[in-house]
Design a protein around this ligand. Structure first.
Ligand code: GAR
Length: 224
């Protein structure tokens, strides 16, 4: 399925969110096509998945660059060359500079494995367990220069069970991620959700309470 809107996905890991978004594009749930997948990690699983799915992909290894700006310049060159107008961070484990964020401001999303503003940064699942939380989840948000602090579009929640460890929790949260991320990308591209004056604006006809109800893969997980 082709579309004039072209998404890029930046990822450093296994690529399960990339696959969920690519599937939603393929099924025209998201009105866009995947124009490019970039990983900064040469042996990342996401590159193998992109190859299997026959999606355009490349590796830009941040370690090959003198500084953050040079690394980002190389990514921006690729993104512009592929006529990308919307960028999705899906487990991309590099901090982006203001310069990169400015270029795609309002068209740049991230998913974070916690119920932000709780637990920005790393080791989110262990921190939720250590705090004795009874629920956790994932947050899709617009990217702004402050790390993991951009306006929230949607959150998916899961309960924390007595027998959970960080690994089991991560797996349960990922089920939610694969539901809410394609959904959020779809809302943005359909202009049902926009970043206006630094806040999330939602189409008034668009009934949503901030948590997922429907969507491409919204068939699992527990919602509060
Ligand atoms: C996801 O769980 C995502 O929330 C997390 O990385 C994982 C990537 O998994 N992102 C972050 O931690 C960003 N700070 P995937 O490669 O299978 O999509």
């Amino acid at each position: 399925m082709s579309s004039s809107r072209r998404i890029a996905i930046l990822a450093s890991g296994a690529g399960s969110n990339m696959a969920a978004i690519a599937q939603a594009c393929e099924q025209a749930v998201i009105p866009a096509s995947i124009g490019l997948i970039i990983s900064n990690v040469p042996n990342a699983g996401v590159l193998g998945r992109a190859k299997d799915l026959r999606l355009p992909h490349c590796c830009i290894d941040h370690r090959q660059f003198e500084n953050r700006e040079a690394f980002e310049d190389a990514m921006l060159l690729k993104l512009r060359g592929a006529s990308i107008d919307f960028v999705v961070l899906a487990g991309f484990m590099r901090i982006l500079t203001d310069c990169f964020i400015r270029e795609y401001y309002g068209s740049l999303l991230n998913i974070h494995p916690s119920l932000l503003p709780k637990y920005p940064g790393l080791n989110t699942h262990q921190r939720a367990l250590d705090a004795g939380d009874r629920e956790t989840g994932a947050t899709v948000h617009y990217v702004i220069p402050e790390l993991d602090a951009g306006p929230t579009i949607v959150q998916g929640k899961v309960p924390i069970l007595p027998e959970d460890d960080a690994e089991s929790l991560a797996a349960r949260v990922q089920v939610q991620e694969h539901a809410i991320y394609p959904q959020a990308v779809r809302w943005c591209l359909e202009k049902k959700v926009e970043l206006r004056d630094g806040k999330v604006w939602k189409d008034p006809s668009f009934m949503d309470d901030g948590e997922t109800r429907t969507g491409a893969n919204a068939n699992n997980g527990t919602r509060a």
